[in-house]
Design a protein. Structure first.
Length: 428
């Protein structure tokens, strides 16, 4: 029949500075470098190796030298583009490398870079490229991801940082090992601005300690990725991030308005360079549905891994008496509900204990690393071990069953829970 046609493999000859772009809609697509040199978002392709791209992948294979590629399968879109900003990205990468060399010589901090821009301009891809170029120069930069919705480090609703020591996988981007993650619990910064600012600051402190302990991380610097919300508090939080992470290079993708606002607001700090960087014409807009599906997939792969690297989560019961679960924040009373002259207190970062009940079913909890039983305020400024999903609640037996992530974090998580550890509840 007509429906099950299998496309013949195609060979593409790319000139210097061209890229082959494709988007995988259904069946996986394979790409192979058969001659010359090429890279995918800054990671060099191995000659002859067939790389497989799964549903949802939107990628470009770029060549600085010219190459021959072979494509197998039927992507939704496939075309060669000769206009790309890759030379500009490479030059930026080289300038950053110059700053790292200088930092190394003078025992100073390497460049702390923040990448900003509206949604779908290629911020995450650009960070990936810059990190790859740094690693290819034998640097070990820190990658901070402040994006709650489409973050690259862990499941949605959290922010974190990780040391990048190896180039990204061609197929699955960076292998994230031992990230430092802070719990937020919402998908947009506006939901709890006090909390967002506090955890950004705490994350920045951890990053600073890492640099203090390991000079080569300090010289390598930081790349901070941000969310695409660049107005109102979204914009304010970019300014706050610039301060917390001691940013000295701000790279604004695509949007002139954001660029000029940042230039204006950072004028008093001449040490901070703000540059406008063009976006790639290959960047693909993603629909609301696609984003939400990506978030679900992030959660699924946290617990179950990927086809290439599956994980096997298991379930265990914890009696209600053995843990405390909290929610961060309770609604502030409007001043109009209070006696005249009284102001309501800010409860948005207070830990509120919650009674285990069927309401926690199918929720994901963060396990706090905080060990202080007395000082609950410390919990939000402490990073988390990982996540568990509540799969059953038995009110009669007073136990809850959790599905747990099955790799190295587990013993700690579990010990922490058995010691009566804290669990932080995401919002419903
Ligand atoms: P942002 O972080 O600004 O929202 P992303 O970096 O996530 O944007 O890019 C959006 C989508 O576009 C991603 O799926 C990414 O893989 C894809 N993309 C980025 N650059 C290119 C390119 N040059 N060719 C094809 N697809 C690209
Ligand atoms: Mg992004």
């Amino acid at each position: 029949g007509e429906s099950a046609e299998i496309a013949e493999p195609r060979t593409y000859s790319l000139e210097k500075g061209e890229e082959l772009r494709f988007e995988v809609e259904n069946e996986s697509v394979q790409c192979q470098l058969i001659e010359g040199k090429a890279e995918l978002f800054g990671t060099e392709l191995r000659l002859e190796q067939k790389y497989t791209f799964q549903k949802g992948a939107k990628v470009a294979v770029f060549t600085f030298h010219g190459c021959k590629l072979k494509l197998y399968g039927t992507p939704e879109v496939e075309y060669v583009a000769s206009e790309t900003p890759m030379t500009i990205y490479l030059n930026l990468g080289n300038s950053l490398e110059g700053l790292r060399e200088a930092a190394c010589k003078e025992d100073k901090h390497g460049p702390n870079v923040l990448v900003a821009g509206p949604t779908d301009v290629g911020k995450t891809t650009f960070c990936r490229i810059l990190l790859n170029y740094a690693v290819r120069n034998d640097r070990i930069p820190i990658y901070v991801d402040l994006d709650l919705g489409q973050g690259s480090l862990t499941i949605p609703g959290n922010i974190g940082a990780v040391v990048i020591e190896k180039p990204a996988d061609v197929e699955d981007s960076f292998q994230i090992t031992a990230p430092v993650v802070f719990h937020y619990g919402h998908l947009t910064q506006s939901k709890n601005t006090s909390l967002y600012n506090i955890i950004m600051k705490s994350l920045a402190e951890v990053v600073d300690r890492k640099k203090h302990n390991e000079p080569s991380i300090k010289y390598s610097g930081t790349i901070v990725n941000t969310s695409g919300w660049v107005q109102a508090y979204g914009y304010q939080s970019i300014l706050q991030a610039i301060e917390h992470f001691a940013i000295n290079v701000v790279l604004v993708l695509d949007q002139e308005r954001l660029y000029s606002e940042l230039v204006r607001d950072l004028k008093s700090k001449p040490a901070i360079k703000v540059l406008l960087v063009p976006k790639s014409g290959g960047v693909v807009s993603r629909s609301r549905e696609f984003r939400s599906e990506m978030r679900d997939q992030k959660i699924r792969s946290y617990f179950y891994g990927t086809t290439a690297k599956p994980l096997y989560p298991y379930s265990f019961d914890i009696p209600f008496a053995q843990f405390t679960a909290y929610k961060i924040g309770s609604p502030n009373l409007p001043d109009s509900c209070l006696p005249i002259g009284m102001k309501s207190t800010d409860n948005s970062t207070k830990l509120m204990p919650i009674q285990p009940s069927s309401s926690i079913l199918n929720h994901i909890f963060s396990i706090s690393c905080s060990s202080s039983e007395q000082d609950l305020d410390k919990v939000i400024t402490t990073n988390i071990y990982g996540f568990i999903a509540v799969t059953q609640v038995n009110v009669d037996r007073q136990v809850a069953t959790y599905k747990c992530y099955s790799v190295s974090m587990l013993p700690d998580e579990r010990q922490n829970l058995e010691k009566g550890g804290k669990i932080i509840m995401p919002p419903s």
